[in-house]
Design a protein around this ligand. Structure first.
Ligand code: URA
Length: 236
């Protein structure tokens, strides 16, 4: 099937569509040896599309990665303040990846990256109620009453939260550790829930997304999902 050249180039993971248009206008793209013009289409399975003389590799396969995001990295493509972004950690993957949902700058842990737009949109959609579990270290002692409030739902400025699951509560050195499982994914939800109860969060790490666990990946490390994991995710 014929597609616009900028789409073919972007799908191959070389750059964005907009940038690819600039390459075409600059005469850097050819189809079967003929310099292309903006608006040209090609069938990448039958024709050879070259960028600056190099044939581009077309893969119909999508990429699915599980990254352990370190604190201090943004889940955006670029940052005007030049802070680190998660995509710097997966530079060697030849695809235009995006994250499924986001984690705050100082939140660590499991984040899925893919170039499969359909699956990405599906899993990020609140309708699917995908459960995510966070390991939280909160300052002070979170009382039994406060834990029950989180289990029941807390009033935040954007409405009452759905009941959260709370597990593995421990107290240590002036802090409370707990695991909280939610499915809503509102902005800064875990931090805001604890703040509403009078506790600031000193560490936040996502350790589970649906059935996927962070395992022993070190901060900054990633792994590709297995075929079984991908097909399970597609069934949500
Ligand atoms: N809740 C938060 O407060 N921050 C995150 O990054 C994710 C969930």
């Amino acid at each position: 099937m014929k597609e616009r050249l900028q789409k073919i180039i972007a799908s191959a993971g070389l750059t964005s569509r907009r940038e690819a248009e600039k390459w075409i206008v600059a005469g850097e793209v050819s189809v079967d040896g003929v310099v292309a013009s903006l608006g040209d289409k090609a069938d990448p399975t039958r024709q050879v599309v070259t960028v600056r003389g190099k044939p581009i590799k077309i893969s119909s396969k999508h990429h699915y990665l599980l990254l352990n995001k370190p604190a201090g990295y943004l889940c955006t493509c670029s940052d005007p303040e030049m802070r680190s972004v998660i995509y710097q950690l997966v530079k060697d993957v030849p695809a235009r990846l995006f994250s499924i949902g986001r984690l705050d700058l100082n939140t660590e842990g499991l984040i899925l990256l893919t170039d499969d737009g359909n699956l990405g949109n599906q899993l990020a959609h609140p309708r699917f109620k995908i459960e995510k579990t966070y390991l939280v270290r909160a300052r002070g002692k979170v009382s039994r009453e406060s834990l029950e409030k989180m289990r029941a739902g807390i009033s935040l400025e954007d409405g009452i939260t759905a009941p959260a699951k709370i597990d593995n509560v421990r107290f240590s050195a002036g802090h409370t550790w707990l695991e909280i499982t939610i499915h809503e994914g509102r902005n800064r939800q875990v931090r805001r829930m604890l703040e509403a109860l009078g506790h600031s969060v000193s560490r936040l790490k996502r350790i589970r997304f649906a059935f996927l666990e962070i395992g022993d990946l070190k901060p900054g490390q990633y792994r590709f999902l297995t075929k079984e994991e991908i097909s399970r995710l597609k069934k949500f």
